[in-house]
Ligand binder design. Structure first.
Ligand SMILES: Nc1ncnc2c1ncn2[C@@H]1O[C@H](COP(=O)(O)OP(=O)(O)OP(=O)(O)O)[C@@H](O)[C@H]1O
Length: 295
C-alpha cells in the first residue's frame, strides 16, 4: 500500500473520512488577529541558505525558512538535528557560518530587539520578586512605565496577584508563566519558544499549550516553537517544519480549525509526521506545492 505520506491533498481528505476537520488553508491559517490586520502582514522570519558548524560537526546545512507575520510555526526533528541552534541563530545568540537570517526585514546581527526567547527552564532570578523578574524584559525608560508594563504582562498570564512573591514559592507551571510574561512584556512581535513546556507535567503542559494559543490569538505575535512533542506541534502550529540532515525535510500546513480537538484528523497529522521522522530513507524531500499535500 502506498505510504499516506505520499498522498495528495484530495487523497488525504478522502483518507481522513467525513468527520475530519479539513478546511481550506486560507480559513485555518487566518487567526482572528490576522483577520483583523489583513491576511498578509509581511515576512516575520526569513532564513536563507543558513549553515552552522561546531568544530568539524556540520549542524545546519543550507537551511531555508520563511515565516509570515502572525504565523505559528513549530519545528520538530530528532534530538541533535539543530532545532535549538536555529532558534539561537535567530535570537542572535549564535553566528551562522553561511547564509542570511532576517527578522521583520532586518538582518540578525547580535541580540535582536524584536525577538524574545522563552526556554525550557524559566530562568528566574531567585533573589528578585516575580514582578522584578518580569521587569528584566522591559525596555521602557521610566520606572513607572516599566512597572506598568511588567504588571500588564503578569495580568496577561493571570499572575498579577503573585507579583510580590518569590519565584521559589511558585509551581513549575507558574514559573513558566512568569517566564512567558517576561517574554511578552512590551508586546514583542516575535516569540522564539525553545521547548518551553518540556519540563512540565502532562496536564499543566496541555493547559499551557491552550494558554499560549490564546495569547497568540489575542496578541498577534509571530511564534516559532521548538518541540520534541509532535502532538504539541499539531495542537499549536499553522505549519510544522521537520529538520533533517541540517535542512527542512518537511513543511506541513496543519489544516485543522482551532482550538484543536484530538480527533481522527489530529491523529492523522501526528502519524504522518512520526512516519516521516521514522522512515526518512523511504522518501525524498518534497517541494512545496499548493496543489499537493507534502507529506
Ligand atoms: N555550543 C555548542 N558547541 C558544540 N556543539 C554544539 C553546541 N551547540 C549545539 N551543539 C551540537 O549541535 C548539534 C545540534 O544541537 P541542538 O541543540 O541545536 O539540537 P536540537 O535539535 O535542539 O536537540 P535536542 O532536541 O536534543 O534539544 C548537537 O550535536 C549539539 O551537540
Amino acid at each position: 500500500m502506498a505510504s499516506p505520506l505520499r498522498k495528495t491533498k484530495p487523497q488525504l481528505e478522502g483518507h481522513l473520512g467525513s468527520e475530519a476537520q479539513v478546511v481550506p488553508v486560507e480559513a485555518v491559517r487566518t487567526a482572528p488577529h490576522q483577520a483583523a490586520h489583513g491576511a498578509d502582514r509581511g515576512t516575520a522570519i526569513h532564513v536563507e541558505g543558513v549553515s552552522k558548524t561546531f568544530g568539524s560537526k556540520q549542524v545546519l546545512h543550507g537551511l531555508n525558512l520563511t515565516v509570515q507575520s502572525g504565523e505559528f510555526v513549530a519545528i520538530v526533528g530528532r534530538s541533535g538535528c539543530g532545532k535549538s541552534t536555529l532558534l539561537r541563530l535567530l535570537a542572535g545568540l549564535e553566528e551562522a557560518a553561511a547564509g542570511t537570517l532576517a527578522l521583520d526585514g532586518r538582518p540578525v546581527r547580535g541580540i535582536h530587539p524584536l525577538a524574545r526567547v522563552m526556554f525550557q527552564d524559566a530562568r528566574l532570578l531567585p533573589w528578585k520578586s516575580v514582578l522584578d523578574n518580569v521587569k528584566i524584559g522591559v525596555t521602557a525608560d521610566s520606572k513607572r512605565e516599566a512597572h506598568e508594563q511588567a504588571l500588564e504582562a503578569l495580568k496577561l498570564v493571570g499572575l498579577e496577584d503573585r507579583a510580590h512573591e518569590w519565584p521559589s514559592v511558585l509551581s513549575g507551571g507558574q514559573r513558566q508563566r512568569v517566564s512567558l510574561a517576561r517574554a511578552l512584556v512590551g508586546r514583542p512581535k516575535l516569540l522564539l519558544l525553545d521547548e518551553p513546556l518540556g519540563a512540565l507535567d502532562a496536564l499543566t503542559r496541555i493547559e499551557m499549550q491552550r494558554f499560549i494559543e490564546r495569547l497568540w490569538t489575542q496578541q498577534g505575535f509571530t511564534a516559532l516553537l521548538v518541540t520534541h512533542d509532535v502532538s504539541e506541534a499539531v495542537a499549536l502550529a499553522d505549519r510544522v517544519i521537520l529538520i533533517e540532515e541540517g535542512s527542512v525535510a518537511l513543511d506541513l500546513p496543519v489544516q485543522l480549525s482551532r482550538p484543536r480537538e484530538k480527533d481522527s484528523g489530529f491523529s492523522h497529522y501526528e502519524k504522518a509526521i512520526l512516519d516521516r521522522v521514522l522512515q526518512p530513507e523511504q522518501l525524498s524531500p518534497q517541494p512545496r506545492n499548493k496543489d499537493h499535500y507534502e507529506i
